[in-house]
Each structure stands twice: as structure tokens, then as C-alpha cells.
Design a binder for this molecule. Structure first.
Ligand code: ACO
Length: 377
């Protein structure tokens, strides 16, 4: 039997900070309101040229670097996002090209803020079949691109960023022990994003904003308060654990009040709960991998520790994953001196991509000439 272990992790947040006071210049709000109702102090916002793709690439490279793993040998790339640069090609394909993961399978998942946990569940299943031996799972969001900066009920909540984990399969028990996922589309109208071609599905709501993120905050709040604890318990149970066996709880970083109510419901002291939303706001599918990375950086995880990560989001969707942490993995890692080779590969990747593109263009030209000659005959 194969198990999926996390052997690498990485994150990227834009340098540009936006504080609550900055927001108070844009809409009728205050630092006090935002902090009291959400716990958010500041968030990061992409600068010109930064997108879901560029952030995902940075997080992915860092995750591979931590794992000492060559980008060339990546089997599978799953990107969770609801704010891609384009509906297609997928963000995952752009990451595949940018890091030079030759021939890796790549696709996007959209389960809004639950997307990363969905991606983790899919990757785990694919690794457990034995057909794939490793996977990059990335959550990346440039939510600021779709916010209505005149709507104080949404623009104060979100931030941009990306987080990634690198999974490797091993016969050694542990790693991602269980993932439970769920959805309830009857609540789809509570949290919506822009439409494609100004079209809408009537049952979702004809009166919703077609160009921006729109949310019924209190409805989502009630749903989140109900589902977080329930999903976390289910996931722990599926892994054969009780919540008291959990050393670290990483909830989706949307609202401190939701997190505190989930912790209370689960009987977890806040010392076991990881919170970093004060720095980044709600970064949607990037929120859990960003929090995981910071928990590791802060030394909050010891080998053997059990972690439950739980998310909720638009859809409505939810997902929870239970992990047994193992830093010293039973997976052979590439020697450290390979790192410069990876660095060189990244530097070469744009040129490699250029050559592939030129080849494809040449192929199209040859085909066109061939058709022209055949037509004339
Ligand atoms: N500044 C000042 N006042 C505000 C602001 C603001 N930014 N936003 C709303 N208000 C006002 C409202 O207009 C309302 O005023 P009124 O009483 O005069 O009508 C008052 O504050 C209370 O508004 P509520 O919406 O009832 O406030 P609530 O306490 O519910 O907090 C919030 C709102 C923070 C949005 C909360 O409902 C929430 O966090 N909901 C969950 C959101 C969430 O987690 N979304 C992420 C989903 S994940 C994904 O998939 C993207």
C-alpha cells in the first residue's frame, strides 16, 4: 500500500501591504470594525505583473527546493484557484511550463476556499493507486482582481497569496491519513464570482453582480460555523483518531470569530489552533497551505504530530484533511548538490518554453503550406 507524504512546502505573498487604515480611505469602514468582526489587521495585494500564476510558480519552486526534488521529475500538478488569469489554459499548465516539469499531468480545481483540501484529496488518491509517485498541490489566489473596491462588505476580507506542498508516495505509513470532502450547491448564491461572457445560470441568481465577488456574509458565517467542526471531526474519525489526539488544528483563515467558535465546538484550546489571518486576510485556497508553511517555520510541528486542516468556501463546499507529520521522510531525497542544477533548470525554463513554442509554430506553418499545396493540386 502507498501513502502520500508531504516532503516539501513553499509560499509566496506579494510585498504590497494594505492595512485596515488604507481601506478606510476607500470605503466607509474602520480598523476597529475590521479587527473586531474579523481579526484581520492587514492583507497583501498583488502588484502589476503579479498574478495567480506567478505566485503559484514561486510557491511551487520553494516546495520543490525544500524537498530537494528536481522539477523535471514532477508527475502531477494540481492548482486550486478561483481567480485564475484565464479560464483556460489552466493555471496548472502554466506552472508546469514555467518550472519545466516535462510531461507532468496538470489541471486546476475550483472549490473556492476549500480548493486546496480538494486538491490534496485528489493527489492523495492518485498517489495511493501507485500510478503517480509525486504531486505538487498549490493554492493560489489573486482575489483582489475580482473585488469590488466600493463594497465594504467584501473588500476588507480578502488578500492575495499562494502556498504549495509537494507530496511523495511511500510504503511507510503516515502522511495524509484521510480527506473528507463535501458540497451543497443549494447555497451557491451566497458567494459568487464574475461570470464568463456576462452570462449567468438563472437558478444561482439573476440579480447578482456579474463582474465581482459578491457575498452574503451572515449566511456564509452561519454555514461556516456549522460545518467547520463537523468536517474536522469526520476527517479525524476517518483517520481513526479523536480530536483530542490532534496536536495542531489549521482552519481556513477567513474570520477569527468562526475559528474560535469551531475550536470551542471541538473542545480545542486556542494554543492548538494556528491563526495567521491577521497578516493576510482570507487568501481563499492559499490560506491553508500558507498557514501550514508558517506553522512549520514557527516550529509548531514535531515528527509524529497529527494535524487537522479544514476549509469551507463558495459552492458551498467544505473539506478536511488529517495528516501525520513526518519531517524525516523515508523517501530518498536528491543530494544537496543537485540544488544548483534545479536553479539552472528554472533559469533555462523560459528558453525551453520558447523553443517548444517555436517548434509548435513551425509545425503549424509546415501544416499550412502542405494544405495549400494539396489544395492547389
Ligand atoms: N465596515 C464597517 N461596517 C460594515 C462593514 C465594514 N467593512 N461591512 C459591513 N458593515 C456593516 C453592515 O452594513 C451592517 O450595518 P447595519 O447593521 O447598519 O446594517 C453591520 O456592519 C453588520 O453587518 P453584518 O454583515 O451583520 O456583520 P457580521 O458581524 O456578520 O460580519 C462578516 C460580517 C465579517 C462578513 C461576517 O459575516 C463573515 O465573516 N462572514 C463569513 C465570510 C467568509 O468567511 N467568507 C469566506 C468564504 S470562503 C470563499 O470561498 C471565498
Amino acid at each position: 500500500m502507498q501513502y502520500a507524504h508531504i516532503s516539501g512546502w513553499g509560499k509566496y505573498v506579494p510585498a504590497r501591504r494594505m492595512t485596515n487604515d488604507d481601506l478606510a480611505q476607500l470605503v466607509e469602514t474602520s480598523d476597529d470594525w475590521i479587527q473586531t468582526r474579523t481579526g484581520i489587521v492587514e492583507r497583501r495585494i498583488v502588484d502589476e505583473g503579479e498574478t495567480a500564476i506567478t505566485m503559484a510558480v514561486k510557491a511551487a519552486r520553494e516546495a520543490l527546493q525544500v524537498a530537494h526534488f528536481s522539477p523535471r521529475h514532477v508527475d502531477l500538478i494540481i492548482v486550486a484557484t478561483f481567480s485564475p488569469d484565464r479560464v483556460m489554459p489552466s493555471t496548472a499548465c502554466m506552472v508546469q511550463d514555467a518550472i519545466g516539469a516535462d510531461g507532468a499531468a496538470a489541471f486546476d480545481v475550483n472549490a473556492a476556499c476549500s480548493g486546496f483540501v480538494y486538491g490534496l484529496g485528489i493527489a492523495r488518491s492518485m498517489l495511493m493507486t501507485g500510478e503517480y509517485s509525486n504531486a505538487l498541490v498549490i493554492g493560489t489566489e489573486a482575489v483582489s482582481h475580482m473585488l469590488n473596491w466600493e463594497d465594504r462588505s467584501t473588500c476588507v476580507l480578502f488578500g492575495d497569496g499562494a502556498g504549495a506542498v509537494f507530496l511523495q508516495s511511500s510504503e511507510h505509513p503516515g502522511g495524509i491519513l484521510a480527506v473528507t470532502l463535501g458540497a451543497d450547491g443549494s447555497g451557491g448564491q451566497f458567494l459568487t464570482g464574475p461570470t464568463v461572457g456576462n452570462n449567468y445560470v438563472p437558478q444561482i441568481g439573476a440579480d447578482l453582480d456579474l463582474n465581482h465577488l459578491q457575498m452574503n456574509g451572515p449566511a456564509v458565517f452561519r454555514f461556516a460555523s456549522r460545518i467547520l467542526g463537523k468536517a474536522a471531526k469526520e476527517s479525524a474519525k476517518a483517520a481513526g483518531l479523536e480530536m483530542e489526539d490532534i496536536e495542531l488544528f489549521i482552519p481556513h483563515q477567513a474570520n477569527l470569530r468562526i475559528i474560535k467558535s469551531a475550536a470551542k465546538h471541538l473542545n480545542l484550546p486556542m494554543e492548538k489552533v494556528f491563526v495567521n489571518l491577521q497578516k493576510y486576510g482570507n487568501t481563499s485556497s492559499a490560506s491553508i497551505p500558507l498557514a501550514l508553511c508558517e506553522a512549520i517555520e514557527e516550529g509548531r510541528l514535531e515528527p509524529g504530530d497529527h494535524v487537522v486542516m479544514v476549509a469551507f468556501g463558495a459552492g458551498l463546499t467544505w473539506g478536511a484533511a488529517t495528516i501525520q507529520w513526518a519531517r524525516a521522510l523515508p523517501i530518498p531525497q536528491e543530494p544537496h548538490w543537485h540544488t544548483p542544477t534545479h536553479w539552472a533548470w528554472y533559469r533555462l525554463s523560459p528558453w525551453r518554453s520558447l523553443v517548444w513554442r517555436a517548434t509548435l509554430r513551425l509545425d503549424a506553418w509546415v501544416d499550412r503550406i502542405y494544405r495549400l499545396i494539396r489544395h492547389r493540386r
